[in-house]
Design a protein around this ligand. Structure first.
Ligand SMILES: [Zn+2]
Length: 76
């Protein structure tokens, strides 16, 4: 099997719960992307991204809401 050709994409997002600034390294394929989860390293809130591999998350700027709490996942 040959290595899939990943398309590396870097995007920057802001966590809408705590305001932390994150940089995501996404590995995408032309076909075969799936819904991947990544978590904000500051509050733990989970987000979805379409990619072939789990995104690598880098914290660019700490949370800006001045709190210490963790995001509470709602049960569903
Ligand atoms: Zn957060």
């Amino acid at each position: 099997m040959s290595d899939p050709q990943f398309e590396r994409t870097v995007i920057e997002v802001t966590c809408n719960y705590c305001g932390a600034r994150l940089r995501l390294l996404m590995s995408r394929l032309r076909h075969g992307n799936e819904r991947m989860l990544y978590a904000c390293p500051e509050c733990g809130k989970q987000y979805e991204a379409k990619a072939a591999l789990e995104p690598e998350v880098l914290l660019l700027h700490p949370r800006s809401d001045g709190k210490q709490d963790r995001y509470q996942e709602s049960m569903f």
